[in-house]
Design a protein around this ligand. Sequence first.
Ligand code: CP
Ligand code: NVA
Length: 316
Amino acid sequence: MKHFLKETDFTTREAAEVFALARTMKRERGMKPGTALAGQTWAMIFAKSSTRTRVSFEVGLHELGANPLFLSKNDIQLGRGESVADTARVLSRYVHGLIVRTYAHTEVEELARCGSVPVINALTDFLHPCQIYTDAFSAAERWAGPQGDLLASLKGRKIAFLGDTNFNMASSWILGAAFFGMEIALAGPAGFEPNSEIRALLTKEKLPVTFHVTNDPFEAVTGADIVYTDVWASMGHEEETKVRHAQMRPYAVTAKLFAAAKPDAFFMHCLPAHPGEEVEQAVLDNPRSIIFDQAENRLHMQKAILATLSARRAAS
Ligand code: CP
Ligand code: NVA
């Protein structure tokens, strides 16, 4: 059974096909009704809030001919203590796949292990691979153009990640950069360095552990093709907001910091953004900010991922 829990769950060759399919789906959206998932139902189990992920998956499933079944964790017995394993076994008898947003990454792994349908990670505390594939695609579609090799256009590019370098977006970009052959520099305050789990995963996946960590934001953005940031207090960290803000302020993406990257660098953010906190409004509004392309491309990329997983299951 093929799942998408982390960036490396597709081989590079498969990822190239998924990216190409996302480009085709973007170009052909609305031309004819999708049938890749005709007659299917996919459950979406969300334990955290979501705008982009929820809506893009619901719309995407509909456009592929499937029925999305949204279940907040408290709608089902999982929220009252039914085991993850039994939830996976039961839901697998009804639906054709699970799309899951939760806290512990081990939960999506357990759902995948115990169920018998594909599982897609829609964000955990550890990784957000749908976002990273989409982000890489959003830069690549500009660098490669309408016909060029999307994955090849990423090779050797540098991304600078600012702020909370210890959580899901930073960890997922560390893995994504290694997978796509990109360079990554991360700048954040002491105490928020990349965690040991992501280092261990790189080693396990036999990928180079070559990311650069610094406390100097200007050093990180020098030579960068992409300047990326995320909220300073992620879902689950709300109580630490005040202390995090005080520590992370030097890593805000200001117009001055963005100007220190390459002159044609993109500004990127997974959203939601907090203008005046991790990024200045002027940077969000900069013509080289591609944040809404990223948001749109979630739809196209996730449709490509859904269609690929479903085709794999049918073939197995
Ligand atoms: N970027 C992202 O995953 O946004 P949502 O939390 O709105 O889904
Ligand atoms: N790091 C953020 C990402 C939101 C898409 C969070 O986990 O809240």
